[in-house]
Design a protein around this ligand. Sequence first.
Ligand code: BGC
Length: 431
Amino acid sequence: MKLTFPHGFFWGAATAAHQVEGNNHNDWSEWELVNAERLARESEQTFSWNPHWQRFHAEATNPHNYISGSACEHYTRYETDFDLAASLGHTAHRFSLEWSRIEPQEGEFDQAAIEHYRTVIQALRARGLEPFVTLWHWTNPTWVETKYGNWENPIVGEKFLRFAERMITEYQDLITFWAIFNEPNTFVGRGYIRGDRPPARRSIWRARKAIKNFHHTHQKVYNMIHMHQPKATVVLSHWFAFMRPYKNQYLVRLIIPLLNYFRNGQFFHNLEDYCDAIGVQFYRVDYIRFGGWGAWGAISPVPLGEWQNDLGWDLEPESIQSVLENLKKYHKPIYITESGLADATDTNRELFIKKTLQSVHRAIANGIDVRGYFHWSLLDNFEWSEGYWPRFGLIHVDYTTQARTIRPSAQAYAEICRTNQLTIDTANGSE
Ligand code: BGC
């Protein structure tokens, strides 16, 4: 059976500056230097419950794993990387601008960095790839942290506005699709509640302030984009936390709506009128149970479902259908701006993609206006506080030689991109 996607549906992959570019100097790179040894030391405790631990423990216990360093050298290799994306039938690409490169000192913009991203955008267009630009994907220039703290301080929002305005005026003729902040909920959950990633605060009060700051700044940037470009599409990027009560426990069922508000609802609050499309980022299901520490954005301490990725995340790609259908009330177009899995052996990626897309197609058939899919990620890359061992790429990266190797799943995805169709093969279990 062949499932055809709507005409003009965008097919592509996503990346983020700090995870692929290499040699960035920002608040994250500073944090890595201070924390790499500790992360390596604690990895046994953090991950030994993971059924895949033996396969990656040599990497995970090595402090180098936690330092982004030269990453994929995508800053200089973007043209050949985009050649690969185009050769795989992609028609769009999502990437982010690195604030710390563009404004390395407060108020001093680096024209060479601005020109660099212009050539990146042009390189995408030259290959027929529609650029989806994210203005901020979790990293700040170091002066933000040293002078102003972090996103809990409203001044940081003001500083970001100036940066955003410059970006919009520089690239307005080249960009139609903008995302402002990547997943503020993940950033706040990890950086302010669990406190295991920058800015490592652990304070509910500061988390609230950061959320407010993201809201206000988002609204202002949205208006700014539309003032310059009335026809632009601003996509609201959000990690959709999808929770189930473990073993359907009654009491847990009662608290899920509350968790839903903390992890999803409060991030949408007041933004309905400040986005033109919703960017769905969906990876996994979180089983919630009493006694576990999984309530806020965390993975379950042990995998509880039937299918896991290398990080031990419980996979349930079919559930993207209800995530999409729950968004119907907003009456906005939807782009899947991230979906993917850590799968170093590429055993599950093709099936995961096909199951996801089959469910996306069902949602479309039920009237949901989905207009594109961006697989996370184009390349293996620096997976934040987990470092390099989790491999999310359609393309394998050898971090010693920087050689790129297209994985078989990328070829299967390419077939879908080229034909705008998903062929359901009942034998491989995707139906
Ligand atoms: C982020 C990516 C990250 C991916 C996998 C998303 O939350 O936007 O930067 O690599 O998930 O963890």
